[in-house]
Design a protein around this ligand. Structure first.
Ligand code: GDP
Ligand code: MG
Length: 185
């Protein structure tokens, strides 16, 4: 945690584009609004059409702007455009732990991501809705194994009760920062 510069004195700024992908209704928009605005929206109308939200985080004294993109309903038609992925340096691939089909789709989302972005970008597998443990269809171990197989970070989250939401985004942002530092320094 270096403090080489006084706050607000032209400190270095970084802008990281992060995409959130996964089947419809897994909770992508709510994860994003929980992280960026600390809001949860039970019927999700408000977030339709919002393209991205920006959240500023501090990593090692550097101001990082995380620009987090939401598919905003495009995924329903399996028509996420290449513009969506362009320039992304991080990705969250989300499934719903109570819906196995959304977990089965993860490979397809990874394939699609792979056609647009280098696999070296920071990628995290996110099993959302962990507050609904009683109706779970995908075990934590299954999520963890898939993540290991595909070299992804892994966390279970709840956009509803905030479990691991900040942590998930922060791991991705920190990894992007590390990736960047390794290339530059
Ligand atoms: P998206 O289509 O992937 O963007 O999913 P939304 O964010 O619109 O969420 C879909 C539905 O799941 C909504 O009814 C949300 O209220 C609900 N939801 C999202 N995240 C959670 C969560 O962590 N726990 C629970 N119980 N419900 C959630
Ligand atoms: Mg959405």
């Amino acid at each position: 945690m270096g403090r080489e510069q006084e706050e607000g004195e032209g400190g270095e700024e970084y802008l990281f584009k992060i995409v959130v992908i996964g089947d419809s209704a897994v909770g992508k928009s709510n994860l994003l609004s929980r992280f960026a605005r600390n809001e949860f929206d039970s019927n999700s109308k408000a977030t339709i059409g919002v393209e991205f939200q920006t959240q500023v985080v501090d990593i090692e004294g550097k101001e990082i702007k995380a620009q987090i993109w939401d598919t905003a309903g495009q995924e329903r038609f399996r028509a996420v455009t290449s513009a969506y992925y362009r320039g992304a340096v991080g990705a969250l691939i989300v499934y719903d732990i109570t819906r196995r089909t959304s977990f089965d789709s993860v490979k397809r989302w990874l394939d699609e991501l792979g056609t647009h972005c280098d696999t070296a970008i920071a990628r995290m597998l996110v099993g959302n809705k962990c507050d609904l443990d009683s109706i779970r269809e995908v075990s934590r171990d299954e999520g963890k194994s898939l993540a290991e197989e595909e070299s992804l970070f892994f966390m279970e989250t709840s956009a509803l009760d905030s479990t691991n939401v900040e942590a998930a985004f922060e791991v991705v942002i920190r990894e992007i920062y590390n990736n960047m530092s390794r290339k530059i320094l």
